[in-house]
Design a protein around this ligand. Structure first.
Ligand SMILES: NC(=O)c1ccc[n+]([C@@H]2O[C@H](COP(=O)([O-])OP(=O)(O)OC[C@H]3O[C@@H](n4cnc5c(N)ncnc54)[C@H](O)[C@@H]3O)[C@@H](O)[C@H]2O)c1
Length: 287
């Protein structure tokens, strides 16, 4: 049994490294050079936004990075150090609950870049107490906060980005299967993700006409991150996917990053308003 466990561990290690290695060839397949893209939502090296930022950088994009400011400046220091190798030309504080910070971010983009080719919205929040137990126990404050940060925030970001968007620019946000299925403990975040996916369709309809701007969501399989660790039973969710998904595993941040790079590239010019699943196929299962 121990040998089998060790073999599984080693096989996982080799597979993850193969997936990561493939990122080194990304620019040969997909070229984002000359594109200026804002990435929100990096908290640490487990963040999905970090996987996305790395892949956008590998494909040649110039990056702007935001971090969530806190009193002690801990996120700022951590995210600055982490992202330094990607040479971001903009590094800005952004709490989406503060409209003046949203405006500041786009003022800075306007001053520094003059325009914007891509926007990655990769952030969410719900109180830990809302992510366990019964959905009917959700407090009104918890509901409002989760919906404001995790779903509503995409609208003002798009509003201020709109005049700066170049022809064919792209917006990518992150969602989860809990938007359309009842997943234990996901609760209010599922409702927020349903609102987010609907927002993607409305924003897609709004932004497409003028400059062919495309808005899409990636529905990622469960990955261990700071945000997901707040969800009751996240390890069980991951094991379930490893057992039952067609690929018999969950996905990596880098795989999500590759799809984001595709959605922000001209290769996906005909795709808008969609939810694209990067979940090792799990969502097709009936049982
Ligand atoms: N990890 C998963 O299993 C999974 C699966 C599907 C979708 N997602 C989604 O991916 C996105 C990124 O999450 P993650 O799992 O990488 O976790 P994470 O904790 O690394 O990222 C969440 C980010 O949200 C930011 N954030 C929270 N409140 C904010 C606010 N008020 N203003 C600005 N930023 C704020 C945090 O600073 C953090 O960087 C989220 O939308 C999440 O719901 C995650």
């Amino acid at each position: 049994m121990e040998k089998l466990r060790q073999f599984h561990k080693e096989a996982t290690y080799v597979r993850e490294n193969l997936i990561n290695l493939s990122s080194n060839f990304l620019q040969m397949l997909l070229d984002l050079s000359g594109k200026k893209i804002l990435v929100t939502g990096i908290a640490n090296n487990r963040s999905i936004a970090w996987g996305i930022a790395q892949q956008l950088h590998s494909a040649g994009a110039e990056l702007g990075i935001t971090y969530l400011p806190d009193e002690k400046g801990r996120f700022e220091t951590k995210v600055r150090e982490l992202t330094a190798p990607l040479n971001p030309s903009l590094f800005l504080p952004l709490n989406v609950q503060d409209n003046s910070q949203i405006k500041e971010v786009f003022n800075a983009i306007s001053d520094k870049w003059g325009n914007l080719d891509g926007l990655v919205h990769c952030l969410a929040f719900a109180g830990k107490e809302e992510l366990i137990g019964n959905y009917s126990d959700t407090s009104v404050e918890g509901f409002s906060r989760a919906l404001e940060i995790s779903a509503y925030s995409l609208a003002p970001l798009c509003k201020y980005a709109k005049p700066l968007f170049t022809e064919g620019a792209g917006v990518v946000t992150l969602t989860y299967l809990g938007a359309e299925r009842a997943i234990p403990n996901y609760n209010v975040m599922g409702v927020a993700k349903a609102a987010l996916e609907a927002s993607v369709r409305y924003l897609s309809a709004e932004l497409g006409n003028d400059k062919q701007v495309r808005v899409n969501a990636i529905s990622a399989g469960p990955i261990r991150t700071l945000a997901s660790s707040a969800i009751g039973g996240i390890l069980e969710m991951i094991h379930n996917v490893e057992e039952k998904s067609p690929l018999r595993r969950t996905v990596t941040q880098v795989e999500v990053g590759n799809t984001a790079a595709f959605l922000l590239s001209d290769l996906s010019s005909g795709i808008s308003g969609q939810t694209i699943y990067v979940d090792a196929g799990y969502c097709i299962n009936g049982m």
